[in-house]
Structure formats: C-alpha cells, structure tokens
Design a protein around this ligand. Structure first.
Ligand SMILES: [Zn+2]
Length: 443
C-alpha cells in the first residue's frame, strides 16, 4: 500500500506516502460493526456495478455522473464511482498489455510461418478474453467526505472513526486503538510529534474482523554526497539488474522460467480440452475448464517479488553510491523482451526501473534516469556503436578496439558514464547511423 509520488528534480526532498496497516477495529460495540457490515454490502455492490461499467462499456472516469440506484448518500456514491474507476483502470491496462503481447506473439508466428521457420507443432497464439474483476472481500477506500478520523480526547482510545452511514445524519463512531508499533510509526522521530494523517482511509474486512489502514506523507531528503561514485544499472531478463561494477542481481531464467513454461503448458491443455468439449456440444460454459489468466497473474506477482528482492539487494550492496539507470522506452522494452512469453513482457520489465526509483526515494539515495539508446551496442572503451559488437546475446566484442566484456556489464558501464555526460558529440566513432544516437542525446 505504498504509493510513489511525482519524481522530484535532482536533490530536492521527495515525498512518499506510507501506510500504517493492520489497525484492528475494536468490537466494543458489536452493533456498530454490524452497521458497518450493512454499509459495506451496499457499497461493494455499487462499486462492482461501476467496476463492470468501466471495464466494459465506458472509459474509467471517477467524475462520471451517478447512473445506478443505491441507498447510499451522494458522497458515498462518489466514493464508489472513484473506487470502481480505479479498479477498472488497472484492469484495463493489464489487459491491454496482455493483448499487445498476444498481438506480438501472433505477428511473430505469422512471420515465422511466412519464412518457413516455424517449428513443427507450434500452435497459432489464441486470445481468450479476460473476465471483468469480481469484488469479493469487502473493501472501502474512503475519503474525508464520508469517513473522518477524529482524535479521541479523555478516552482510552486514540481516535474515533466517524463514518457516515445509510442512516442519514446518524454517523457511526467507531473507536480506534493504536498498538505501540502503530504509534511509533506515526511519530516523527525528529520532532517527537504525531504525524499528520491523510484524509483518505481504507477499511478491509477479513473473516469477521475489520482492519483500518491509514496513510501519511513523509518527506525524505536525498542524502547522497554529490561526489558519490556512480553505479550504472542495466536491466534485463537474463539478469534483472547488472551493475557497472560487474554484479548481477536476480534472473528470470531458472525457477521462474520453468514455472512459466509449466503454466503455459497447463493453459494450452485446458484450452484444448475446452475446444474439444465445445465441439461435443457441452454447452454449459461455466462447467468448462477455465483458461483464465489466474496462473499468469500469480506468476507475474512472483516475478515482481523477485525483481523487488534483486533491486533491494543491489541498493544494500552499494551503500554510499549513486545510481544511473535506464529510461526504458516501450520500444527498447519490446526489444529486450523478445525472448519472453506473452504474459511476462513489458509490464514486468518496466517494473525494474520503477522499483529502482522507489528504492532510491525511500532510502534518500540519488538515482538518475539516463537515456539508454544503443547502450547495449556501444563500446564502453572507445564508444564505437555497432549492432555487430554483439556476436551473441551475452557477449560484447568491440569491432574497432577489441574490448570484450559481459554484454550487460558493458551496457551498465555506458549508462554510468552517460550520467551528466553531454559531450558525447566529441567522441570519434559516433559517425554514420550512430548520428541518430547523438540526436537523441541532444534533446
Ligand atoms: Zn571499442
């Protein structure tokens, strides 16, 4: 539940939003929580309606005019619309990525077919439409218009959560008691004062218990010394992170790749069975085995976790350094992701720079995005740029000076040297088609 805020310019303090989770709502008065249950039920239904609307018929729009009947107040109605729009937005972007991957896979299938290089038994990629998300667990993302946290004075509780309900003019007052570790988190260590809690709060019900999540903004100053050594980071699939000092962190190969293959096989088998059943006239679609994307999404989550671990470790092993990393463009992402299966592409690779940004911000470390165009084809020693400098995926071998290195490390070193370097113009081997690189650096 951590959110990144806008990227600040060099050395400006950055603000990040932090969450205080797992605050259990006290059941001092069961009637109050029952009223909350009743509210959540109506809210969930309405949020589902807007989620479905925004996933199918309309673009997600939190400001859309209300169009469903509900017993909720206007304010609550707006909260549900915004919540539904948020869910639909991320669903749509995930689906669009997956669909793009499908199109890519299909294009490459047709290419291979035309070339006659198609391996025997290769099936044409199929697209199975995603289901609209179903909201199961009661979750309320509310703003200050419908829920307010008020300090509880002369009480054993810390706050009252004032919730407007279905019963107009009769707000619920739910006591909130913080655990010691919540209090510690909410205390600014510099001033010793309680931090300012944001107006939006989240409530989740798991089993029979309601949990409250609060957030606050924290300002983090960049602590990196201006002359700190620069570490360049190259991101990729074989190695999620390769640094200019030759270290590697995390990989998609091995365990994750094996799982991806298994999942793909499983989906294929299911799709086959489905087709077979359809042919035989088993028409009840619900009884057909699903070819849903659930396994793919689970795998994606695991890939993201592996990426997070890799980036974390990279930062831990480079204390006192600053970083330069790739400004991944969609084009270079597609290039880098070519070897990957549909599900694993752009979204996950793009997660690496995002994770670098996030780690740098929360640690107060200077990290700068630099243009990465041709960083994999440029010689780190003489700066000659040529696609032929890469005899194979893992090797860099300069055709001019003979410099040889691990390809990712060479790229990482280029990225490191591009930090603040606008003198690339002066370099001798930037000629011919490499002029476009210069153009890219110039803007
Ligand atoms: Zn060279």
């Amino acid at each position: 539940m951590k959110k990144r805020k806008k990227r600040a310019k060099k050395s400006e303090p950055q603000t990040i939003t932090k969450a205080v989770t797992h605050i259990r709502l006290e059941a001092t008065n069961p009637g109050k929580l029952t009223a909350l249950d009743a509210l959540a039920e109506v809210y969930l239904e309405l949020t589902q309606q807007y989620t479905t609307l925004f996933c199918t018929d309309e673009r997600p729009n939190g400001f859309r005019a209300p169009c469903f009947l509900t017993s909720l107040s206007e304010r609550w109605h707006r909260v549900a619309i915004q919540h539904g729009a948020g869910i639909a937005k991320s669903w749509r972007s995930n689906r669009a990525n997956a669909y793009q991957d499908y199109l890519d896979a299909q294009a490459s299938y047709q290419e291979q077919q035309a070339d006659g290089t198609l391996e025997e038994g290769t099936k044409e990629p199929e697209w199975s439409e995603w289901n609209v998300p179903t909201l199961r667990q009661p979750c309320i993302q509310a703003n200050g218009n419908v829920m307010k946290l008020e300090e509880a004075k002369e009480s054993t509780f810390d706050y009252w959560l004032k919730v407007s309900t279905l019963d107009k003019g009769n707000p619920l007052l739910i006591p909130v008691k913080l655990a010691d570790y919540h209090k510690e988190q909410l205390t600014d260590p510099e001033t010793g004062k309680r931090r300012k809690i944001n107006r939006s709060v989240t409530l989740n019900r798991r089993e029979e218990t309601w949990w409250l999540t609060l957030t606050y903004d924290e300002t983090i100053a960049v602590q990196t010394a201006p002359d700190a050594p620069v570490i360049g980071i190259d991101v990729g699939i074989a190695n999620f992170v390769t640094t200019s000092d030759g270290k590697q962190f995390g990989t998609f190969n091995g365990r994750l790749r094996e799982r991806q293959k298994r999942d793909r096989e499983k989906r294929r088998r299911k799709a086959k069975l489905r087709k077979c059943l359809e042919k035989r006239g088993v028409l009840d679609a619900k009884k057909l085995p699903s070819t849903s994307s659930a396994t793919g999404q689970r795998l994606m989550r695991h890939v993201r976790q592996s990426i997070n671990r890799a980036v974390n470790l990279c930062f831990e092993e480079h204390e006192g350094c600053q970083f330069a990393y790739e400004q991944l463009s969609v084009a270079s992402m597609r290039h880098k992701a070519r070897a990957m299966n549909a599900y694993m592409r752009a979204s996950n690779l793009a997660h690496i720079p995002d994770q670098i940004t996030w780690n740098a911000t929360k640690r107060g470390v200077q990290a700068t995005r630099v243009k990465s165009a041709y960083s994999s084809q440029e010689c780190q020693v003489c700066h000659y740029v040529d696609r032929k400098n890469r005899p194979n995926q893992g090797t860099f071998l300069c055709r001019v000076c003979g410099h040889t290195a691990h390809a990712d490390r060479n790229a990482a070193e280029n990225i490191a040297s591009r930090l603040g370097d606008l003198e690339l113009r002066a370099r001798p081997y930037f000629a011919g088609y490499a002029r476009c690189v210069l153009q890219k650096f110039a803007d």
